[in-house]
Design a binder for this molecule. Structure first.
Ligand code: SAM
Length: 281
């Protein structure tokens, strides 16, 4: 690799369990850093021990005041400053966003050393559609707020990714079942660690399994997209296409309706063009 010698902010992803997943670039950057911004000095201290380097650490979170961030920006101006979180990719349900925003606004060099993130790792293991997904992070812990958050997601034709913990898992799955319906889902636990597991099933099956079982360790829940709306008739699909054509050109309207009804885009596109031809003749 070309050594990162330039002063700036280096966003460094670290392993989510298995230290073997630390990339060579991540290791070299941490060794070269003048300062490492961390969530917890004990956690990152273990990683630094593993690579045999004692770099200077400073605790960073996005609740730091703008003045504190200013002094960190001063360091970034003339030093190699690495940003890590306890595990995985910084900024993903972890601190860093405000610092990256401010460093970029100040015209400073910002780069990323990509690597593990539990969200993507879980999606790849879940066996659920991976072409479109939405990462939601942690849902609220109170049932009402959680149901509202889920309600906002229910129309999306995408797999949904949530971070969770064992004690809330059963309640979260029960709320998801009530709001989203009985979709396919996966509870992915302890990825890259000794007790890694991926339990798949319908939301109903998983909700009843985890009603009493409170699994240990770190957990990601992946919920599949809604299935084809079985009740949708040809008339309903055509009505949706006519409505979409009021707002959108034929190709986009066909795409939107095809996604919503899980049906063939080309057929809808041809139909839209036929209507157009009939209308103009
Ligand atoms: N920034 C991290 C990332 O990129 O994965 C996520 C940080 S977030 C504070 C921590 C949550 O990520 C955990 O509560 C859990 O939901 C999930 N997580 C982290 N490591 C995991 C693992 N090895 N297996 C399953 N989930 C994990």
């Amino acid at each position: 690799m070309s050594a990162p010698a330039q002063s700036g902010l280096y966003i460094v992803a670290t392993p989510i369990g298995n230290l073997g997943d630390l990339s060579r670039r991540a290791e070299e950057t941490l060794k070269m850093a003048d300062l490492i911004l961390v969530e917890d000095t004990r956690v990152t201290g273990k990683l630094l021990n593993y690579i045999g380097k004692k770099s200077r650490m400073m605790v960073y979170n996005d609740h730091k005041s703008a003045t504190d961030r200013e002094s960190i920006l001063d360091a970034i101006r003339c030093k190699i400053v690495a940003l890590v979180s306890d595990a995985g990719t910084p900024l993903i349900s972890d601190p860093g966003y405000k610092l990256v925003r401010d460093a970029q606004a100040a015209g400073l060099y910002v780069t990323t050393i990509p690597g593990p993130s539990a969200a993507v790792a879980a999606l790849t293991l879940s066996g659920l559609p991976s072409d479109r997904f939405l990462f939601e992070g942690f849902l609220p812990s109170k049932t009402k707020a959680r149901a509202e958050a889920l309600d906002e997601l229910k129309g999306l034709n995408a797999s949904l990714i949530f971070y969770e913990n064992g004690s809330r898992l059963g309640a979260m799955l029960t709320d998801a079942l009530a709001v989203l319906g009985d979709r396919k889902a996966a509870v992915v636990r302890e990825i890259t660690k000794r007790f890694e597991e991926c339990v798949t099933g319908s939301l109903g099956e998983l909700a009843s399994r985890y009603e009493s079982e409170k699994p240990k360790g770190e957990i990601v829940v992946v919920i599949g997209p809604p299935g084809a709306p079985e009740a949708a008739s040809e008339e309903q699909i055509e009505a949706a296409l006519r409505e979409a054509l009021v707002r959108l050109p034929a190709s986009k309207a066909a795409g939107e309706v095809a996604r919503a009804f899980n049906t063939d885009r080309k057929t809808l596109y041809d139909l839209a063009n036929r209507w157009k031809g009939e209308g103009s003749s």
